[in-house]
Design a protein around this ligand. Sequence first.
Ligand code: UDP
Length: 447
Amino acid sequence: MEEQGKRRLRRVVLVPGPFQGHINPMLQLGSILHSNGFSITVVHTQYNSPDPSTHPDFSFLPLPDSSSALTGEFIPFALQLNINSEARFKECLAGVMRQLGPGDGIACIIYDEIMYFSQAAAMDLKLPSIVLRTGCAAISLTRDVLFQLSAEGHIPFPESKSNDPVPELYPLRFKDLPIMEKLENFLQLLSKASNIGTSSAIIYNTIDCLENSSLAKVQQQCQVPTFAIGPMHRFASASYSSLLEEDSSCLAWLDKQSSSSVIYVSLGSSTYMDAKELVEMAWGLANSQQPFLWVVRPGSVFGAEWIEVLPESFKKNIDERGYIVKWAPQKKILSHSAVGGFLSHCGWNSTLESICEGIPMICRPCYGDQGVNTRYISHIWRVGMELEGELERDEIERAIRKLMVDEEGKEMRMRGKNLKERIEVCTKEDGSSYNSLKELIKMIMSC
Ligand code: UDP
């Protein structure tokens, strides 16, 4: 295809990070680009490989020797993955380029920022690259502050500082900052992931009406176009990329519950708890007297396979009022009229999915960006509240009742409805995300 003397290259290579919360937005982006006429190749690790049958129109290409699983800490894993993958990725890309016929060259590479090896390989092969940041824009802004605090010797900061506000990062407190173990390695990963190098743009799965000022600051810092095209699951509603099998039987159970009565509980794909916390959660849910739908991922409770550590008295007590699954069709659940609240770890995808449906949240952040997301949910958008401290049954019961029954929860629900409507406007024709997506597509076409 010729356009103004230049052949249009219509294939986009995607490089997702090998975790559920990273694979989902990348494949959603692939579906969006595919429906706009691009061919899609997904280069992925063998570990946590996406299932090619879920996207029959895409080509999937596993990186050779990339089956090492995350068994220990995340940071060393991610650093090693990048070291191991650059040469392999370059070979993969060269192979793809050799096989493509005339008119089907690679227009650009879109890579998850934690897969930063992709950028170096793209540069070597003289291919344009674009970064996808799967978290919110506010998270990017915490990085400079972390580098500065570390350079000044303030990390780890003393316990007494932890509730203090971080200067210039309202509404964040020191304890909300996404600091991970082994500081030196963590900062190394952060600096490599933040360095966009020769990449020509940044894509965020966020929305202008949620993060207008953070996006403006990122744009100012980065010197390349920034595209806020979220919530991508709204533009790619059919995209399915669960690594675990979804148990859809809970939808029939939800059909039997009354409107806005159910509290949905899920702590995402990578959080863990001990058996005591699981039992506290169970009694908190039971004692709240609200119907609940609870996702307990197999292997997510230390020392247990699944929920065998829950007492029989609890299992008898919940009767018809509770439903427990191993993995759920979360987006369908959050859009079901029976669901009235979400107790979540506040990963960014879960946060967006909940906000888009106007569902207020009880936030139980565990690590990484979840503290920042929580703070925005509770203090900026005011559609949720944080459950702090030890996981304890009375506190859980109180939080659920506050969210589902009390005046405070009703107000959050009202604000949630408003926010949902504003987000809908952003995704419609001439809305901010819609326009940003159009600009992104134009840019890729001109690559
Ligand atoms: N998810 C799901 N079923 C579940 C729990 C989670 O499909 O039972 C999906 C959820 O919809 C979201 C993703 O898994 O898209 C989790 O991403 P998030 O960023 O919320 O958290 P992470 O798992 O990365 O910590």
